[in-house]
Write a protein that binds this ligand. Sequence first.
Ligand code: MN3
Length: 212
Amino acid sequence: MTHALPQLPYPLDALEPYIDAKTMETHHAKHHAGYVAKLNTALEKHSELRDMPLMELLTSLPTLPADIRDAVRTNGGGHFNHSLFWRVMKKSDGGEAKGEVAMAIKSSFGSLESFKAGFSKTALELFGSGWVWLCYRDGGLVIESTPNQDNPVMNGGGEPILGLDVWEHAYYLRYLNRRPDYVKAWWNIVNWDQIAENLDEAMKLAHVSTPA
Ligand code: MN3
């Protein structure tokens, strides 16, 4: 098995004007594809790991062979993070969190507005390159951030159900260094239906892995 670049679930220009087509093309076909290629190259050295699912690679980093551990962390992380990122966005339709997701957000953060404010603040305070996450953990939702291509899966920080890429390559062409403008615009293209599905999956996983 080799790891493969997933297709984008929408055309390159679907997220315009909030994220431009050129950024999407470079981000997907160069950055994400690069992580996938380098992950596969690293795994070639250890045939016993070639069939290990990505999630398992990321949760077993400390026990992986030392010569590829950093490469799997960076490139496996990059592959996982971007695969989630593409799916939690969609063409803007003015939709907001509803149903179970809306209730979970209210219960953990007080209101949708205070969740968005806290998530955006975390994105602006993250120094350098990294990611901001909404995670399901211990029956509730938490906001986390990770540097580089790390993620909560490898840190035991919970199940990520939403992720925002705040590397400059995600926004520089349209927004230059104005990360606040990018983050503010990004809320317009959040795919709340997908987040609802991700929350469902995360709750099922937690149920399965919790001893009776
Ligand atoms: Mn990126």
